[in-house]
Structure formats: structure tokens, C-alpha cells
Ligand binder design. Structure first.
Ligand code: DGJ
Length: 806
């Protein structure tokens, strides 16, 4: 709901309010964003009210506005007409550079006369029932999601456009706010129009500016590197500035993901005010929380201004990416669930948005570049037997791609490896009852490729200067229309050359030596943003042309994991680290801002290829199940017993897939996850044993999100246990002496499998959520019974939870 009364605007969602007013000077004062200022009753009343009844919002604004009566010592007084307005101490919706608000600006423009000063003042406002889209960038969208009240009053998405003008220079700035009431999310962006007769240079145009009337807020951001994404980091900003940015990586980046959170320092998982903030953008980004000695903090975010500028000719416009804000007073979990709902319903789109994602097997860690059709089909046959639904052929199927030094750019099948081509392989895979998927890396080219030999000018590099490579490859100049068209055509040919149901779209280096031969020298700072405009065009065209294909983004894992990519591709490969223990950290990191069904997670071989760590197959399964689930190992080389285990995991996952992929996700603690179906009738919980200690068997499972009034049956997923896991302890039970790892030990292990403990607890959601249920004992060095949980270091247990129908 968006309400206007006179110059006061209230943007209302189910549980939050965003409140602003236009000052007599024309500046827009930010009054509040956070907990709802309306009671549920007032909200419903306002939904039905006519203008007269909306007086309440005027009273509220009066109470909340800043009431300065004197300027501070050396502050700039904006104008004698509006004495004593000092912009420096005002919470504002947007700040221009140079008029006395000496804090971080939303916009910086170099005008034709050389001046850097701008002054944007309110001109008009428009409230729309329809959610609009940006012309050049991906946008959030609405397909009619409603917020229903008990008496059938309904609220829906709406949009506010505030138009501001800098009359001195003939510039117009639209601040666009979209309100999604059902998931407590508001987005905003800025669009600048050059209505003057002269060209200007935009030095920065950020998407979001959010002022808080307090200092000491915590900015939480997520950092890392290749194969170690999404490590959470907290910085409290009492004064100065905390920054989360990618400066020149040329992608949203694993070094600093664009998703951030702002909270009071005391917020916990279940309580306290938490803001979730993100950008619908994949290029270099900048977010900063600053405080400068007053009672105010400011958060800004948008395109990274370092290395950026944009020349705007008379009559042109420039769109900043859309920024996303979600608020909850129910802690980090409350914020995450709302952000997940927003991403699921207003970012992810197309055929696969609400569909359960297939269980896949990917050949990368099984074969790397060394495969032929026979090898692939052996893996595929075992995968089909296990019930796996999709076979994905990764890197190495095209051109002279036998290692990572050659072939990128040559998108024709290597018939030495695949004599019957992609179609032949896909038909055989389809014949096994599985669908077929393929890997591509369209944005890149190797020097050793026919494409580079034919079009060296398409590679990004500075003419006559040495160029730095990343993974032996160069970036194609996606700022160029001819390159975009070529890739759309080349990919269309590949995607229609066989029955392809899935595409993994990879991108394996960061940017360097950025330069385009098509751009004039004084526009080279436009390169990276133009690259993304080009990439979004290519992704948009291809996803429109192939609507049935499930696309998975990838950038050496999660090096470009963002809402821009998710606006085209419903899921992204989470990390090249497939070690289940590391993955718990990485996936927990993602879970703050992204729903489980947006990140790929696979069971891989042990010792793990990235860490050489060995963990049980069940652990690898339980962790990957909290992601877009699949396998990435040589199934045909597993033992028969392991193949049976895989088949059992696949069957279990199919039964619980909807809860895993579409349930509300809870971080119970660092090593415990849980997913609860939206109707709260089903749930799955995962517990992980970080370090097994003897005589330490007093575990409880405290759940989150169950309905306190409902009765649930909680049961563990039973697994088979190898006798060998007990080592020489077998002799405490065996009638004869068994030599550890001897022939008899091996025979017993082969033919006799122990069943893990069986637990079944029936209780109310209230008990499970508030107190937790006490679990049976762990093995702790003394005694072993049927109810003892073998819970070694790195073991996991899954618990399935189902409402008991009376
Ligand atoms: C990086 C990806 O993250 C891997 O999963 C794999 O697809 C390789 N690229 C292939 O080169």
C-alpha cells in the first residue's frame, strides 16, 4: 500500500513502514524505515480510506520530522528562504553533491560548465498500481502476489515515482520505489534524465540511500575467494565508514557478495531489527554504511563509482540497478525468510520458478576433461539406476578443449570424444530415462581458438599493450552488439542441436585490462557497466528463446552469485568447494540472503578434491540436500553398497524435495539446518557432529518454525552402518576373535549391515520449538544399544517431522 496525503508518503508492507515527506525547500526527508508504524487495524482502515481519513499519516509525520531551530557553528545553511535548513543533519531520501550535505551522495555529476554541484528538488509524484521494469537492466516483477487480511481486504504491490529536478542544469531524477507488501520488501532505484541541451558526465548514480537516526549499527557482509565463498563478517559503525565492494573484479564477486545486512548490535537469529539489502546487479558494486559524529548513519549502495563514469548526451537517460530492502524485527531469520520469499516470487522467473528442481549428476569432478562417450554413458547408466533425473556434461565437449588452455569460443562438438555428436549422446541419455544438460562458457575466448584467430578484436585487451590472462582465457567484448549477436546465434545453435533440458553457464575469470575498441577514449569508464548491459541482453534473448531450459549460472562456483543473474537463471552453482563441512559454512552464508533452491550443491568423491577431507556419504548427502541437489562423482566406480546408498538417498530426497527446496529455511545453529513447509505440516532438520567427544551424549533437537499448536512425529532417517566402523571393538561382541581389517572382518562387513538407531518422538510444535526434544544417547565410549546414535566427528542425522493428523 502506498498512501499520499499532501506531501507525506507512506509505503506500507505487512510488517514494515517506509515513511517520507517533501520539505518546503523541495528536499525529501526520510522519516522512518523499519517496524510498522500502523497497527493491523489501522492498516486495513487505510486500505479502505478516502483522503480525509488519511489525516493520521500527517500527524505521524509531524511527530517524526527533524525539528532543528538553529544551524550548527560551521554548517552550510541551504538558503535564507528555508532558514535554518542544514542538509548535513537531515535524514534524506537522496543527497546531491555540493549543497551542504557533506555526507556520501547518491549522485555526482560533472556539468558542462565544469561545476560538480547538483541540487535535486521535488517536482511531482506518481503512485502506480503496476510495477514497471527498467529498460536496460533486470528488474523485480510482480505477477499478482497478494496480501490477504482476515476479512478479505487485500493489499497488492504498488509503485511510487518521485520526480526531482535540478532546474539550474535541466536534469531530472526519478526515484522509483516498489512496494511488495506480502514479503515485506521495498525496492528502489534512480533514473537520471538529461533534459538539458548539453552533455554531462555522471560520475556516480547510486541506487539506494537509507538514512538512520542512530549510530553504532552493524553492517554484516559476506566475503571470501574462489572455493571459499560467503564468510560472514560483522563491522560496527560508530563513526567513519564500513564498505562492502567489488572495485574492478568485473563481477559481483566472491570477494564481497552484494548482499549485506544492517542490524542493531544485539540482534539475534530470532529477535531484533534486521535489514536485508541487495542489488539486482552483477557488475562492480559498492555499499557503505557511514556515520559522521552526528546522530545519523547513512547506507548507500549501487554501481561502484571507482572506475565508472557515464557520458549522458542531451535527451538521454541512465538507469541505476534496482536495490532491494527487506526488514524484520524478528532477527536474522525473520529477515531471511522474507528475502527468500521476495527472491522466489519477484526475482526468479519463468517455467522453473515454482518447479521442483531435478536431481542431477555432473561429470566434472568425475572425469574433468578426460572423457569419451563410453565413460559418460557408464556413469549415466548407474545414475539412471539410482533414480537420478538429469545428466550434465560439463567442460571439454567442444573444439580442441582437452585442458583449460584451448577451445573456448569454438562451440562445435569434439567428435573424437563424442562421435555421434551432442544429439547422439543426448538421445542415449534420454533413452536411459534421464534428461540431458550441458556446460557452456559463452563470455570467454582462448587465444588458441578459431574464434580468436578469426576475431582477435573481439577479445578484451588494450591494443599494443601486454594483456593478463585468467585461467588462460580472455573476456569477449560483450559491450559490442556484433559480439552479443554472435554469441546469441552460436548458443542458439548449440541449445537446439540436441534435446537439451539444462544449461550450466560458466564464467571463469575476473576482469583485467578492460578496454573496448568500439568505445571512444573518454567513455572507457563505461566499459564494465556496458558489458553487463550486453550480457543481460544475451541472457534475456536466450532465456526467452529457450523457456523450457533450466539454466544454472556459475562463475568458478559462486564468484557471480547475485540477483542480476537470478533474474534470468533460477539457480547458481554455489562453490567449487564440494567438501561437505566447508559447504555447511558456505551454504549457511548464502542462506542469509538467498533461498535454498537458488544454490547448487553436490555430493562429490572422498577424499574431497579441494580439501582431501573424507566424510561419510550420508553427510555429503545431508548437506547437499539443502541446496539444488545433485551428484558430481564417478558413480560407476562406487561399490555396490555405495550405489545402493545413493539410490536410497535419491528416493528419500524425492519424497522430501518440496520441503527442502520450497520450505522456510532456518539456521538452528552453526551446524544445524531446518526446512519447514509453508503450511507447517512437514519439516526436515539436519544436525552435524562437528567434534565427537566421549561421555557427551545429551543431545536435544530444538526446532524452529513448527506450529506450536500442532502435534508432530519426529523421526530420524535411518541409515546402514558398517561393522568396520567399530574397528577392533567388534571383539566385545563376536564369539571368536576377529582381526581388524582381516578377511573375517571384511566378510562380516560385506554381508552384515547394522541399522542405525531408530528414534520416534511425538510432541507438540510448542515443545519442540521452545524446549527442544531430547534425543537418544550418542555412542560415548561405554556401552552400545539399539537406541545408541553412532555420531562420529563429521556424521550427520536428518530428522523428518510430520504433523500427526488426529
Ligand atoms: C568452474 C566450475 O565452477 C566447475 O564446476 C566446472 O564447471 C569448471 N569451471 C569447468 O571448467
Amino acid at each position: 500500500m502506498i498512501i499520499r496525503n499532501e506531501n507525506v508518503f507512506l509505503l506500507q508492507t505487512k510488517n514494515s513502514s517506509y515513511f517520507l515527506q517533501v520539505l518546503p525547500s523541495g528536499h525529501v526527508e526520510h522519516l522512518h524505515y523499519g517496524k510498522s508504524i500502523l497497527s493491523r487495524g489501522q492498516y486495513e482502515e487505510l486500505l479502505r480510506a478516502d483522503k480525509e481519513d488519511k489525516k493520521i499519516v500527517l500527524q505521524m509525520a509531524k511527530a517524526m520530522e527533524i525539528k532543528h531551530r538553529h544551524e550548527g557553528g560551521n554548517m552550510i545553511v541551504y538558503s535564507p528562504d528555508h532558514y535554518p535548513l542544514c542538509l548535513e543533519v537531515m535524514p534524506l531520501e537522496m543527497s546531491s553533491f555540493g549543497k551542504g550535505d557533506i555526507r556520501e551522495p547518491l549522485i555526482e555529476v560533472s556539468h558542462a560548465d565544469g561545476s560538480l554541484t547538483s541540487d535535486f528538488l521535488f517536482e511531482s509524484a506518481e503512485i502506480l498500481d503496476d510495477i514497471s521494469k527498467l529498460d536496460t537492466l533486470p528488474s523485480s516483477y510482480d505477477d499478482g502476489q497478494e496480501l490477504k487480511f482476515n476479512d478479505e481486504t487485500i493489499d497488492k504491490a504498488a509503485q511510487l515515482v518521485l520526480t526531482l529536478k535540478d532546474k539550474e542544469y535541466g536534469l531530472r531524477l526519478d526515484l522509483i520505489y516498489k512496494v511488495y507488501p506480502e514479503c515485506d520488501t521495498i525496492t528502489r532505484t534512480s533514473v537520471l534524465y538529461n533534459d538539458s541541451q548539453e552533455k554531462i558526465v555522471v560520475d556516480r548514480l547510486l541506487s539506494n540511500q537509507l538514512d538512520f537516526q542512530r549510530v553504532g549499527l552493524k553492517l554484516t557482509s559476506f566475503h571470501g575467494r574462489w572455493a571459499d565463498e560467503m564468510n560472514m563478517s560483522d563491522s560496527i559503525c560508530t563513526a567513519g565508514k564500513v564498505v562492502n565492494e567489488e572495485i574492478s573484479a568485473g563481477e559481483s564477486g566472491s570477494r564481497s557478495n552484494p548482499f549485506t545486512m544492517i542490524s542493531g548490535p544485539d540482534a539475534t537469529e530470532e529477535a531484533g531489527d534486521v535489514y536485508g539489502l541487495n542489488l539486482i546487479y552483477s557488475g562492480n558494486h559498492y555499499s557503505a554504511l557511514s556515520a559522521n559524529g552526528t546522530f545519523l548513519s547513512r547506507f548507500v549502495s549501487g554501481i561502484q563509482p571507482t572506475g565508472f563514469s557515464w557520458t549522458l548526451e542531451a535527451g538521454e537517460k541512465f538507469e541505476a540497478p534496482e536495490a532491494v530492502m527487506t526488514f524484520s524485527d524478528k532477527g536474522f531469520h525473520g529477515m531471511s525468510v522474507r528475502m527468500h520469499d521476495f527472491v522466489r516470487k519477484h526475482i526468479v522467473r519463468g517455467e522453473w520458478r515454482d518447479k521442483e528442481r531435478p536431481i542431477l549428476i555432473n561429470n566434472w569432478e568425475a572425469t574433468y576433461f578426460d572423457f569419451d562417450e563410453g565413460k559418460l554413458l557408464r556413469i549415466a547408466k548407474d545414475a539412471a539406476k539410482a533414480g537420478i533425473e538429469l545428466f550434465v556434461l560439463d567442460d571439454g565437449w567442444f573444439g580442441k578443449r582437452n585442458d583449460d588452455k584451448a577451445g573456448l569460443g569454438d562451440w562445435t562438438v569434439n567428435t573424437k570424444k563424442l562421435p555421434d555428436g551432442l544429439k547422439g549422446l543426448a538421445d542415449k541419455i534420454n533413452g536411459l530415462g534421464m534428461s540431458f544438460g550441458l556446460w557452456v562458457e559463452p563470455e570467454m575466448v582462448n587465444e588458441d581458438s578459431d574464434l580468436f584467430r578469426a576475431h582477435p578484436e573481439w577479445a578484451v585487451r588494450i591494443p599494443n599493450r601486454p594483456h593478463s590472462l585468467g585461467r588462460n582465457q580472455m573476456i569477449l567484448d560483450f559491450t559490442r552488439k556484433d559480439v552479443q549477436d554472435y554469441i546469441i546465434d552460436a548458443m542458439s545453435k548449440v541449445f537446439s542441436s540436441a534435446n537439451i533440458s539444462y544449461i550450466k553457464w560458466d564464467m571463469n575469470r575476473v576482469f583485467s585490462d578492460t578496454f573496448s575498441r568500439e568505445l571512444p577514449a573518454d567513455r572507457m569508464k563505461e566499459f564494465t557497466h556496458r558489458y553487463y548491459l550486453g550480457l543481460y541482453r544475451v541472457m534475456g534473448e536466450l532465456t526467452k528463446k529457450f523457456p523450457k531450459i533450466l539454466f544454472e549460472g556459475c562463475s568458478s562456483g559462486g564468484n557471480r552469485f547475485d540477483l542480476g543473474i537470478l533474474s534470468y537463471f533460477p539457480q547458481i552453482w554455489g562453490s567449487d568447494d564440494t567438501d561437505a563441512v566447508c559447504r555447511m559454512d558456505i551454504q549457511r552464508g548464502y542462506s542469509y540472503g538467498y533461498p535454498v533452491n537458488t544454490f547448487g550443491a553436490h555430493v562429490s568423491a572422498c577424499p574431497n578434491h579441494q580439501t582431501l577431507h573424507t566424510v561419510p556419504l550420508e553427510t555429503r548427502f545431508s548437506v547437499a540436500a539443502f541446496g539444488c541437489f545433485g551428484y558430481e562423482l564417478n558413480l560407476s566406480e562406487l561399490s555396490d553398497e555405495q550405489k545402493k546408498q545413493v539410490a536410497d538417498q535419491v528416493a528419500f530426497y524425492k519424497e522430501w524435495r518440496k520441503v527442502f527446496q520450497y520450505g522456510d529455511f532456518y539456521r538452528l545453529d552453526k551446524y544445524r539446518f531446518m526446512a519447514v513447509s509453508k503450511d507447517k505440516s512437514l519439516a526436515v532438520a539436519l544436525i552435524f557432529q562437528k567434534e565427537c567427544r566421549p561421555n557427551d551424549d545429551y543431545l536435544a533437537l530444538r526446532t524452529m518454525g513448527l506450529d506450536p499448536d500442532k502435534v508432530y512425529r519426529i523421526a530420524n532417517r535411518q541409515v546402514k552402518i558398517n561393522i568396520k566402523a567399530f574397528g577392533s571393538l567388534i571383539n566385545t561382541m563376536a564369539p571368536i576373535h576377529v582381526k581388524q581389517n582381516g578377511i573375517i572382518h571384511g566378510m562380516i562387513d560385506k554381508f552384515y549391515k547394522m541399522q542405525s538407531e531408530k528414534e520416534e518422538i511425538t510432541t507438540t510444535g510448542g515443545v519442540a520449538n521452545s524446549c527442544g526434544v531430547r534425543l537418544g544417547p550418542d555412542y560415548g565410549g561405554t556401552g552400545y544399544g539399539e537406541d545408541t546414535r553412532m555420531f562420529r566427528t563429521d556424521d550427520t542425522r536428518l530428522y523428518v517431522i510430520a504433523e500427526v493428523q488426529e
